[in-house]
Design a protein around this ligand. Structure first.
Ligand code: GDD
Ligand code: MG
Length: 334
């Protein structure tokens, strides 16, 4: 099985972290996000992955110089300019020569959805495309997908307003596509799979879906980026992962509660860290507090400073002693 993984977005909702690091290369507890995505694919039987990208492609290559990621062989399809979700799939398929059914996944989804059973169901139905669905509380920031009892998709509405969403079942960002789908994607311009391709396949009764109750989270926003990591250390997805890296230094009189402290980070005496992510080599000085926030790689939080309410401090940014950062991103992106 071959898979195309979409990793070419700008990660704007995770700025300022994504100014230096593409979203899928941001660490999640102890390794880059992309490695979780590849593991899920590998478990389902995928042996070749093509990364469809453009934005900061060099950082992917630098991390996987031997073109192997999570035990799977990698190839790259580098778009000359962002072609959007379907344009990127076509470009990647042209680049590596895909002419058989293949998987496509959004690179910012962490999930235990069984891609093998999605694949098998797709073959059984003989659909043009089969997509995995997951259920969420607020469908308005996703692709909303009503189906009939057999799983035939009746409509595909990308990001409807809250009161217009016909169901809570949404596009989980994992698809099996027949190669014929590629022929409907124009070359050389932006084409959205959600807004253009899927609605046209629905109109021909060719789009099917499989519902899944498995763990699923899109970590493209600050709160879900934090949540996904707390889930891993809380053991929500299997054995709990270690929250504080062996190579981190946490003073014995610091308080670290339900938080991730990545390698090389320092948490000084009487600092208090709660429900937060302290990234590689960040320094939290004495008496500082971090609550429900993300401290980027190499950032410095001065003595007695307070960072709270889903703030994001960018890499190598310094927050002065005693300062308050409340619900904001620094530096701000606008
Ligand atoms: N190569 C490439 N080129 N990749 C892209 C481009 C592009 O131009 N634009 C976006 N991507 C990648 C992103 O990096 C990400 O991995 C994936 O495509 C999806 O983009 P997001 O920006 O994260 O989309 P979203 O989260 O708002 O919505 C999508 O995902 C939801 C599920 O997580 C849609 O597919 C929704 O329908 C879906 O419900
Ligand atoms: Mg996303």
């Amino acid at each position: 099985m071959k898979a195309v993984v979409l990793v070419g977005g700008f990660g704007t909702r995770l700025r300022p972290l994504t100014v230096t690091t593409p979203k899928q290369m941001l660490s999640v507890v102890d390794r880059p996000m992309i490695e979780y995505v590849v593991s899920t694919l590998k478990r389902g039987g995928v042996s070749e992955v093509t990364l469809a990208l453009g934005y900061k492609e060099d950082l992917f290559r630098a991390s996987y110089p031997d073109a192997v990621c999570g035990g799977v062989s990698l190839s790259y399809a580098v778009e000359p300019e962002p072609l959007d979700t379907a344009g990127a799939v076509r470009f990647a398929a042209d680049t590596v020569g895909i002419d058989e059914p293949f998987l496509v996944v959004n690179g910012d989804v962490l999930t235990d959805i069984d891609v093998r059973s999605l694949w098998d169901r797709h073959r059984e139905i003989g659909a043009q495309a089969t997509i995995a669905l997951t259920r969420v509380q607020d469908p308005s920031r996703f692709g909303v997908v009503p189906t009939d009892a057999q799983g035939k998709v009746l409509g595909f509405v990308e990001k409807p307003s809250r009161d217009e969403a016909p169901t809570n079942w949404i596009n989980a960002g994992i698809y099996v596509l027949e190669p014929e789908i590629l022929g409907r994607i124009a070359r050389g311009r932006r084409v959205s799979i959600e807004r253009e391709v899927f609605p046209s396949v629905v109109a021909e009764n060719g789009l099917w879906a499989v519902k899944s109750e498995a763990y699923w989270i899109d970590i493209g926003t600050p709160s879900t980026y934090v949540q996904a990591q707390l889930d891993l250390i809380d053991g929500v997805r299997g054995p709990a992962m270690t929250a504080v890296a062996a190579e981190a230094r946490v003073d014995e009189d610091a308080e670290v509660e339900r938080s991730v402290v990545m390698e090389g980070a320092t948490v000084a005496v009487r600092a208090v860290i709660r429900d937060s992510i302290i990234m590689q080599s960040a320094v939290i000085e004495e008496d500082a507090s971090v609550d429900g926030s993300v401290i980027g790689p190499g950032a410095h939080i001065g003595r007695g400073a307070k960072v709270t309410r889903m703030s994001i401090v960018g890499d190598r940014v310094s927050v002065g002693a005693g300062r308050l950062v409340d619900g904001s991103k620094i530096p701000s992106s606008d």
